[in-house]
Design a protein around this ligand. Structure first.
Ligand code: NDP
Ligand code: MG
Ligand code: MG
Length: 340
């Protein structure tokens, strides 16, 4: 059975005499740095000059260059965008690591797919919060936390797991539960979850429903409310009490429709496609495509983003949300522009 570690099970002593460098101050970086600092740990942020540097200074955290922060630290948490980690690691982090240091990540991608190859004399672990960085910060401030996975890839010190647990506690993960995993399991399940269910699955389910209604002649505004807006309520119910709780709350008609029509939309065929998606992740095919797309300066990524952002569902939604003051004023994307 799986062990879940909670706040009070974890002894953070092993991290108390160490300095932690948080490299990057974006979604995850700001949350890790501020939460660790408020948990009493010694934190320095590593950055280049720019928006994040200014923000970190305004927030009152110590900021240095990536190289200087790495030099100063015992534990180096790499929270740069995954695409830029290999270059920054080679040029600024690796030359400044010492034997006995620990190198940490919030996602296993680069280590698992050989884009970052750490020296063998440093510990390598991951602490992966299972939620966006803004929630890692907000829930911490509220006295709660986001669940986290920890995993150890290299352990020359024999302390890597204890350091990872202490780190996870420091960012608030212990309040929600910390589970042990491996770089492989974290990487493959994270990619699968975001592709097949959380991001790709949900966005395409919503779009297909919206298009089915509008193509049948129904008003786009009505289709938007039905297929996108109401999703939040349904997800909140599942988050709080599982699928059973959602089904308990909706009408019996909705529940019966769920039973008889849900399996017609998401069926064995869908599951076969999911298995293909998983296979591409496991074989490294997806990783290779994404790495090459970045090397080519993201031609497809940018083209698809533009097309998607101009689709009818997005345009209708933008107009409708202006008239709904009860919907959170700004999206996370708009807040970023203000904050940075
Ligand atoms: P962001 O894109 O939000 O943050 C990037 C940060 O890195 C910014 O502060 C940026 O600063 C800095 N940066 C970028 N390039 C450089 C560079 N060349 N030198 C120095 N600093 C640089 O990243 P995320 O927080 O989304 O992701 C970080 C890691 O966390 C990834 O491994 C990701 O997979 C993982 N993760 C992310 C989650 C999330 O919620 N987003 C969830 C779980 C894991 P600047 O202002 O100068 O550009
Ligand atoms: Mg992910
Ligand atoms: Mg309804």
């Amino acid at each position: 059975t799986t062990t879940v570690y909670y706040h009070n099970d974890i002894n953070e002593e092993v991290l108390q005499n160490k300095k932690v460098a948080v490299i990057g101050y974006g979604s995850q970086g700001h949350a890790h740095a501020l939460n660790l600092k408020e948990s009493g740990f010694d934190v320095v942020v590593g950055l280049r000059k720019g928006k994040s540097w200014d923000k970190a200074e305004q927030d009152g955290v110590e900021v240095k260059s990536v190289a200087e922060a790495t030099k100063a630290a015992d534990v180096v948490m790499v929270l740069l965008p995954d695409e830029y980690q290999p270059t920054v690691f080679e040029e600024q982090i690796k030359p400044n690591l010492e034997a006995g240091n620990a190198l940490a990540f919030a996602h296993g991608f680069n280590v698992h797919f050989n884009q970052v190859v750490p020296p063998s004399d440093v510990d390598v672990f991951l602490v992966a919060p299972k939620g966006p960085g803004h929630l890692v910060r907000r829930t911490f401030e509220e006295g709660a936390g986001v669940p986290a996975l920890i995993g150890v890839e290299q352990d020359p010190s024999n302390q890597a797991k204890d350091i990872a647990l202490a780190y996870a506690k420091g960012i608030g993960g212990g309040r929600a539960g910390v589970l042990e995993t491996s770089f492989q399991e974290e990487t493959e399940t994270d990619l699968f979850g975001e592709q097949a269910v959380l991001c790709g699955g949900v966005s395409n389910l919503v779009k297909a429903g919206f298009e089915t209604l509008t193509e049948a002649g129904y008003q786009p505004e009505v289709a938007y409310f039905e297929c996108l807006h109401e999703l939040k309520l349904i997800v909140d119910l599942m988050y709080e009490g599982g699928i059973e709780n959602m089904r308990y709350s909706v009408s019996d008609t909705a529940q019966w429709g769920d039973f008889v029509s849900g399996p017609r939309v998401i069926n064995d065929e869908t599951k076969a496609r999911m298995k293909e998606v998983l296979e591409d992740i496991q074989t490294g095919k997806f990783a290779k495509g994404w790495i090459l797309e970045n090397k080519a300066n993201r031609p497809e990524f940018e083209a698809i983003s533009r097309r998607e952002n101009n689709s009818q569902i997005e345009e209708v939604g933008r107009e409708l949300r202006k008239l709904m003051p009860f919907v959170k004023g700004k999206s996370e994307k708009e807040k970023e522009v203000v904050n940075h």
